[in-house]
Design a protein around this ligand. Structure first.
Ligand code: AMP
Length: 428
């Protein structure tokens, strides 16, 4: 017999873990609704070009981590699984002419993303993100609104001590000059650069600031800072974002070397960390402004900003801090019967209750009633419905397993009785 396992870098979410993820998804959806975002879906895969153009070919995500799908025929298009949602959402924004909607357009997606990365703690090949995007508003107030939304998510999820790292990475007016001075600086240090970084210097010098090579730490610390090169407009935008965050009481720290690996970012860039866990692999989420992206993907120039929050890392953080996992509720009632063989009647009664919106389990094994009731007690069901001879007069026994009492109830009243009991039980 072969023994099959989930693919490397993926994991099964067993019911308990799935319940934890569902809880986060519910918080995300509730917040999205409160903040005026509309949920939508985009495909799990796109033409590879959407990611190559929209994320940038000289980025880790595209160069190393893109999960490419093998084409079935020679002339079929090149596809890749989505490594993030922004590029696909912007592709959809352009495709459906959403620039004609009242602006800004606030969109959200919750779902799995795929990166063909080397698996390690908190880094999977399939992981979940909550993504939120605002298109058609150049900020800066909307930047702060979005950053506060992400911060509130961590609070509501129960992750304590989350801090925002904040930077501005300039725009088309001031970044070129900064890139030039950055390139110059690293070129002057070329002899001590690791081989990989020397190559990156020619394609995307910003990526050197993201380098994970330990020998780069000192060099990066002494590199020119974008914050010192911002043009007047970018500097004013950055101050206004900070002023709005101050007013909202969101704790942030300016991080001059925070650049994000993606080409399309302009001005505001941010990441969420738990304080004390600011290592490379530990970002809980991040995002930024991308005023050039819509145009890059064929739309008319439209400013945008968004974030992607990694839900797997939130689950890990909650686990580490000992926050209790979601407990699954026991069934309200178990339908049992005195005649072990009469599964037809038990199933019919259960179906009736389920049709009324009640969560019931039905005993379908042909076992003695005493054993059926034992199991019901063990799983902490509140009630057992017992079907016996009384059914001839249209009645069943309703046994309260918690109180140990039992009474006769007309079948026609059963759903109402159970619903009332469930309500008073949960609210009292
Ligand atoms: P990024 O677009 O790379 O900034 O990703 C945004 C967030 O998604 C990160 O801060 C992580 O929380 C999460 N994330 C990114 N890649 C992975 C991965 N391979 N496994 C799990 N979470 C990830």
């Amino acid at each position: 017999m072969p023994s099959y396992r989930a693919p490397r870098g993926t994991r099964d979410l067993l019911p308990e873990a799935r319940a934890g993820l569902s809880r986060l998804e519910a918080i995300a959806r509730s917040l999205a609704a409160r903040y005026g975002y509309r949920e939508m879906e985009i495909p799990l895969f796109e033409q590879t070009a959407v990611f190559e153009r929209g994320i940038g070919e000289a980025t880790d995500v595209v160069e190393k981590e893109l999960f490419r799908l093998a084409p079935r025929t020679e002339d079929s298009e090149a596809w890749a699984l989505r490594p993030e949602a922004t590029a696909g959402l912007v592709r959809a924004f352009v495709q459906h002419g959403m620039h004609t909607l009242p602006q800004p357009v606030k969109l959200t997606v919750v779902g799995p993303m795929f990166r063909y990365d080397r698996p390690q703690a908190g880094r999977y090949r399939q992981f979940w993100q909550w993504d939120a995007e605002v298109l058609g508003d150049q900020g800066p107030a909307v930047d702060a609104e979005l950053i506060e939304l992400g911060w509130r998510f961590y609070n509501e999820a129960g992750v304590s001590g989350v801090q925002v790292l904040l930077n501005s990475i300039g725009d088309a007016a001031c970044r070129p000059a900064y890139l030039e001075s950055l390139t110059e600086y690293f070129r002057a240090n070329a002899p001590v650069l690791p081989e990989l970084e020397r190559r990156r210097l020619e394609t995307n010098p910003l990526r050197l600031l993201d380098s994970k090579d330990p020998s780069m730490v000192a060099l990066i610390a002494a590199a020119p800072k974008i914050s010192e090169c911002l043009c007047a407009d970018c500097a004013a935008h950055f101050s206004a974002v900070k002023a709005h965050l101050d007013a909202l009481g969101v704790p942030y720290r300016v991080a001059p070397m925070l650049v994000r690996g993606l080409d399309y970012y302009t001005r505001t860039a941010f990441e969420y960390y738990r304080s004390g866990a600011e290592g490379q692999q530990q970002a809980l989420g991040g995002g930024g402004r991308y005023d050039g992206l819509v145009e890059l993907l064929g739309g008319r120039a439209t400013p945008g900003i968004g974030f992607a929050l990694g839900l797997d890392r939130v689950l890990l953080a909650l686990e580490e801090s000992g926050v209790e996992a979601v407990r699954e509720a026991p069934p309200l009632a178990v339908v049992t019967g005195a005649d072990p063989a009469d599964t037809v009647t038990r199933l019919r009664v259960a179906s009736l209750l389920r049709g009324e919106g009640l969560a019931v389990r039905v005993e379908l094994a042909p076992r003695k009633l005493s054993r059926q009731l034992e199991t019901a007690s063990k799983e902490h069901a509140h009630f057992a419905v017992i079907i016996g001879d009384e059914l001839a007069e249209g009645n069943v026994q309703l046994k309260d397993l918690e109180a140990g009492t039992q009474r006769l109830v007309p079948l026609s009243d059963l759903a109402r009785e159970l619903a009332r009991a469930a309500k008073s039980h949960h609210h009292g």
